[in-house]
Design a protein around this ligand. Sequence first.
Ligand code: ADP
Length: 487
Amino acid sequence: MTRLTAAWRRLRLGTQLSLALGALALVVFGLVGAVTVSLLHQYLSARLSEQLGTVLTQYKTTGQISVSPGKIGHGGDQPEHDPPIGMQFELRPGSNNLVATGPSQVDLHALLPLVQRSLLGGPVHPEQEITVNGSTYRFTAAPFTNQLGQRKIAVVGLSESDTEATIRRLIMVDLVTFAVALIVLVVAGQQVLRRGLRPLADMASTANTIASTDLTAKSVDLSVRAKGEGGGVEVEELRSAFNVMVDHIDTSLVARSAAEQRLRQFVADASHELRTPLTSIRGYADLFAYAAANEPAERERHLARMREEAGRMSLLLDDLLLLARLDAAEAPLRPEPVDLVEIAVAAADGFQAARPDHPFTLEVEPATLPMVGDPMRLRQVLDNLLTNAAVHTDPGTPVALRLRTEPGWAVVDVADAGVGISPENQAKVFDRFFRVDDSRTRGSGGTGLGLSVVHSLVTAHGGAVSLRSQPGTTVFTVRFPLSAGQV
Ligand code: ADP
């Protein structure tokens, strides 16, 4: 049984459906056949009874049976070898003996029950079937009085062979017709179903192609899609859902490989950037060791440079760690209700103290700008932008910090009147480790991460940073969302 179930499961869906259709048709054909055969049998049997009645009446009056063609049986041709039989039984007066006259091949004893039943009378002629010469005959009987006034019992019989032959023919015709219909149904049904299910088969083969693709490979080609048309609404829906799913996989694979590429680049750049201060520290350590023995006066200078490089390294590591946490959405922020104006004023004070050679202006439009954010990180954003405005411009270049509002947003502009950033570099300045003039900025202590940190922190606060720059004006604009109802 389980082997049969397993074999059934291995069949194609089209074959399964057509076989099920065949089985259903078999049941329907069987029912139709049984009903038609039984109806025909009833009809022919009723006709034979009717004819028996007619023949009996005729025999009682004439003592003869003349069967006209078309009267007997279904086809109307009572066969020669199964002629109608007529007999008379006579009840001898004064005795209980029955004397019968009739064809010798009829077993008269077998007819006695019928004769007795006819004597009991009744509205309907009794009937009895017996075999005569190998054929089934149906007999009926009725008492009557002949012209001579004698009481007799007329017994007539008609062969059922014609009825049986007709039924047999119908069964044969039914069987042949149904068998042919069944074969046509199964074979044609299989073809039609197979064609109808072809879109599904196509989809399955596309899915197989995708399944056999190595998705972990470096470059994955996922351009295959389920093609074709038609197959009905359900198949259309399935096909488009399938293709959308493959699109999603494709997009996420592309995104994943881009992210992996970025990560590889980031790790490579970070290692490179860390190696620079490390090399310097090692060099200064050697110099320190030499100076300790030979030029004690130089020792302090080398130690100071070593501290400076270690500081740079620590800043770099802080930035790297912050970016990694922001990337991993670990939320290293500690948000609380803050006033952006207060933070901006503190940043401005710090800038003025640290960069006295840059003329500075602070323009604050609103008296307060309450928002929710991490005060330390917001200060870091402003510090990074202000430091850039000082570091990447010549001394004496004016720098401005402006605070304003736009509907729903707190806006901070950090502007300077420096040489600006060329249009092709404007798109790249937020990239990690990007520096416009590598040699120049590296010396100035920039890590190339300042603007990346600004971008990540502003995004983590739900805001956005943009840049407009041309020679003489460079403006970094940061927008933070204000809580609803503010502005
Ligand atoms: P860095 O540590 O080098 O400052 P950033 O990510 O902060 O790194 O900036 C990337 C690059 O963008 C800088 O190296 C510099 O060339 C350029 N840049 C940033 N701010 C300014 C500015 N205000 N004026 C001109 N160039 C700038």
